[in-house]
Design a protein around this ligand. Structure first.
Ligand code: 5GP
Length: 217
């Protein structure tokens, strides 16, 4: 992607601390709408039982991931809890180029990278409703031991501090309400004048010509 070139689709980033419910919100958004595409990150982390390759993540080796960073295949990448995660450039460019919405479930470092690299990105921060809820969600995964849980909590604390860098923040009290809020953000962003470019000017100018035409008859 040429820096500075804004593609017609909306890059919608959902970020925030682990345990904030990002994955559930993304899953529900994708279930409800067929006009949103999920950005399938590359990762070195092993798949969880319910996860499918090329659907939830592109599961790759460390060697393959390193090559991807060297060849510029990833638009941003970060180390999260000892594993590598990155956003593939090819899918992002194809999706946004076709005018579609790309939903990215990424950590705060990744959100910063997307902000720098992808013009027009919309950054939504998902806030857990309470410390208890965050802990329950972190524990509820069931796939982490105590040390991993402590590491996740430490990075969650650092991630909470980044909320001020975002465009929107949604408190994830209840899944349905949160998904509706994210949909409302998307609907508003799709109507942003700064995003519409020549299509909007042409539409307004066609309306003006038609209106003038009625005056002269
Ligand atoms: P998990 O292993 O639980 O699926 O994800 C761990 C963290 O990595 C989550 O905060 C998730 O949002 C983040 N993540 C997933 N994909 C990417 C990516 O492509 N880039 C970055 N920077 N973070 C990602």
């Amino acid at each position: 992607m040429t820096p500075g070139a804004r593609l017609p689709g909306v890059p919608l980033v959902l970020s925030g601390p682990s345990g904030g419910g990002k994955t559930s919100v993304c899953g529900e958004l994708l279930r409800r709408r067929d006009d949103i595409e999920f950005s399938i990150s590359a990762t070195t982390r092993p798949p969880r039982p319910e996860e499918q390759d090329e659907r939830h993540y592109r599961f790759v080796s460390r060697e393959r991931f390193t090559r991807m960073t060297e060849t510029g295949e990833l638009i941003e990448w970060a180390e999260v809890h000892g594993e590598l995660y990155g956003t593939p450039r090819d899918q992002l460019e194809a999706c946004l180029g076709a005018g579609r919405t790309l939903l990215l479930d990424i950590d705060v470092q990744g959100a910063r990278g997307i902000r720098e690299q992808v013009p027009g990105a919309v950054l939504v921060f998902l806030l857990p409703p309470s410390a208890e809820a965050m802990l329950t969600r972190l524990r509820g995964r069931g796939s982490e031991d105590d040390e991993t849980l402590r590491r996740r909590m430490r990075s969650a604390l650092a991630e909470l501090e980044a909320v001020g860098e975002f465009d929107y923040a949604v408190v994830n009290e209840e899944l349905d309400a949160t998904v509706c809020a994210v949909e409302a953000i998307l609907e508003a962003e799709r109507r942003a004048v700064t995003r519409r470019g020549t299509e909007l000017l042409e539409r307004a100018s066609a309306l003006a010509s038609a209106l003038r035409g009625t005056l002269t008859v």
